[in-house]
Structure formats: C-alpha cells, structure tokens
Design a protein around this ligand. Structure first.
Ligand code: NAP
Length: 310
C-alpha cells in the first residue's frame, strides 16, 4: 500500500461531500476529499440561503460552505484540489484516478460529485446569474414578492416551480419552446388553473437583459418569427439538470437514464464499498438539507462497511 492509501475517499466537496468528510473524520477514518473547484458546490453560487435550518435570518452561501469545510477539516478530513477522471473498482481497494495522472486508493468511496442545472445558453444568462437569473425556486422565489418574472421550460420542474413561484410573484410568464408540455398532466392542470401564470407556447429566449440586475427578456415566437421584449425582474431557468457523472462513464454503476446514480436508502451503489450522496444520486428533493443527510448516512454506511471488511 502506498502513502496515498485512505480508508474513505470522497469525490466532491459540496454539502454532501463535506458532511461525509465530517462524519468519516470524526469516525477516525483516514479520509480524503477531492474537489475539482472550490468546496461548497452549488451553495457557493447561492447568494443567500434561507431554507437551511439553524439560520433563522439566512446565511450567505459562501459562509455556509466555508463553515462546513472548516468543520470537516477540524475532524481530520484532508481536502485536496483536483479533478477526478475515473474510478477503478477493486476488492478490497478502489482506485480513484486524478487528472494529473496520480492515483489514490481507498477502501470505501463516497461519490458526491453533484449536479448542476442545465444552462439555457442565451446571451445575458451568465452575466445575470444571481442578479435575476436563477435555477432554484425554493431558494430564490421569495425574492420576487409582487414582481413579474419569467420561467423557462416545460418539464415537471418548470411546471411545479412556476406554480410555486406564484406564491410570491404577481405574475409568472411561462415560456416553452414547443406547443405541448413535457411535464406531468397533473402539473399541467395546476398551471392552467392558475390565473397568475401566462403560458407562451412555441417561444424561445433570445436574450436576457438588464442594468445591474435583470430588467427584461427578449423572446421569439418560433412559429411566426415575431420577436418581442417583456419587462421582468427575474428569470428562472428550468431546462433540466445534469449530474456530474460523465467522469464515471456508463455501465460501471447502476444509473438512471439521465446519469443519476441509483442507491439504496443507505446510499450504497451497485458496487460494494462505493456509496453515493447528494444531488448526484436518484432522489426526490435536491436541497442542502437533504444532501447533508445523505452525506451523514453515506459516511456511516461506509464506516459499517469498513468494520465488516477489515
Ligand atoms: P426535463 O424533464 O428534462 O425537462 C426539461 C424541459 O426544458 C423540457 O420541457 C425541454 O423542452 C426544456 N428545454 C430543454 N432544453 C431547452 C432549451 N435549450 N431551451 C428551452 N427549453 C429547453 O427536466 P426537469 O423538469 O428538470 O425534470 C428532470 C427529471 O426530474 C424528469 O425526469 C422529471 O420528471 C423529474 N422531476 C420530477 C418531479 C416530480 O415528479 N415531482 C419534479 C421535478 C422533476 P422539450 O420538452 O421541448 O424537450
């Protein structure tokens, strides 16, 4: 065994990974967490988190991320920057390949590489991210009380969240690129029954514009070619989400059609000793609170696995 051998290797440093690091570290396991960018994951790009328990007045995303990292490190988790490019399962050790050619070996692996909302790719989207452009209704919806906003997409998320956003917004313009929703009929009915929602069929976004923050959206009717602008203060993009599992390839672990990893309720994947936690796995609700729960369970399950496979 080389100097780089670990009991637990965690891939990804969002809330799920950092919580797994905290628990594995506290369990006195030699723990390595590998993070591609900066720890915190999607929380780092969330300006203000209002739905994480324990912070009645909310908490800045970067601050929560930093505190989660400090806590994991305090209990001994080693955090390293690096991009993981592959995973070679083995018995009793699994090998994690890094971009720089290095390989690290762990007895248990926790995949917490996360997911990200799919981007629309429209001009202005990146510029106004966090300044009117958002990807999470439960996180940011309350910021748009009595305002006029746009929702983009036609799947379950767009339909469900358009309805959710009417709790706050005075008006929700829902833009879909086709003349039929992809989302479930039940959600469609709720959208049609809600008089705060105006559906714009066959409409694509050409641009999101503003000054300091978003002030409007330019859209095109794909049937007539007509281009129009609409004043809105918020644009919610719900055009699907993508798990960060491309590095794993297909066929190694059991995944759904979208590439999310299937686990049992103890976060075990289809390969013994490899666990998955947080947004990267197939689950109902993707939030910081559920990621943290996943991370704790994954680390505890890894601990049990290590005890049973000394
Ligand atoms: P989704 O089902 O993949 O739908 C994405 C929507 O965005 C589609 O309507 C698609 O249009 C549209 N879209 C994609 N790219 C676009 C682009 N570049 N410009 C404009 N529109 C674009 O994604 P989702 O709604 O996030 O759902 C993901 C998965 O989670 C689904 O399996 C869904 O059923 C599930 N989910 C379930 C629930 C629930 O059951 N409670 C809630 C949320 C999500 P087209 O229809 O034209 O392709």
């Amino acid at each position: 065994m080389s100097a780089y051998d670990y009991d637990v290797i965690i891939i990804g440093g969002g809330p799920a990974g950092l919580t797994a690091g905290l628990y594995a570290g506290r369990g006195r396991f030699k723990t390595l967490l590998v993070e591609k960018l900066i720890t915190g994951g999607q929380v780092m790009t969330t300006e203000f988190v209002e739905n994480y328990p324990g912070f009645p007045n909310g908490v800045a995303g970067y601050e929560l991320s930093q505190q989660m990292r400090e806590q994991a490190e305090r209990f001994g988790a080693e955090i390293r920057n690096g991009e993981v490019t592959g995973l070679k399962p083995g018995n009793p050790h699994h090998t994690v390949m890094l971009e720089n050619g290095e390989e690290v070996v762990g007895r248990a692996i926790i995949i917490a590489s996360g997911a990200q909302p799919r981007r629309l790719g429209a001009p202005g989207e990146a510029e106004y991210m966090g300044k009117g452009v958002g990807y999470c209704a439960t996180c940011d919806g309350a910021l748009y009380r009595d305002e006029t906003i746009a929702v983009i997409g036609g799947g379950d998320t767009a339909l469900q969240d358009a309805v959710f956003l009417t709790r706050f917004a005075a008006k929700v313009h829902l833009f879909h690129r086709r003349d039929q929703f992809r989302g479930a009929k039940l959600y469609q009915e709720k959208v049609f029954a809600n008089d705060k929602i105006e559906v714009h069929w066959n409409t694509v976004v050409q641009e999101i514009f503003g000054d300091k923050n978003v002030t409007g959206i330019k859209v095109q009717d794909v049937k007539t070619g007509t281009v129009s602008t609409l004043p809105v203060t918020g644009v919610f993009v719900f055009v699907g989400i993508q798990p960060f599992t491309g590095w794993l390839g297909r066929g190694l672990l059991d995944m759904d059609a979208f590439g999310f990893i299937r686990t049992d309720e103890d976060m075990a994947t289809s390969i013994p000793g490899i666990f998955a936690a947080g947004d990267v796995r197939v689950k109902l609700l993707r939030q910081i609170s559920t990621a943290v729960g996943d991370g704790a369970v994954a680390a505890f399950a890894a601990e049990k696995y290590l005890e049973e496979h000394p």
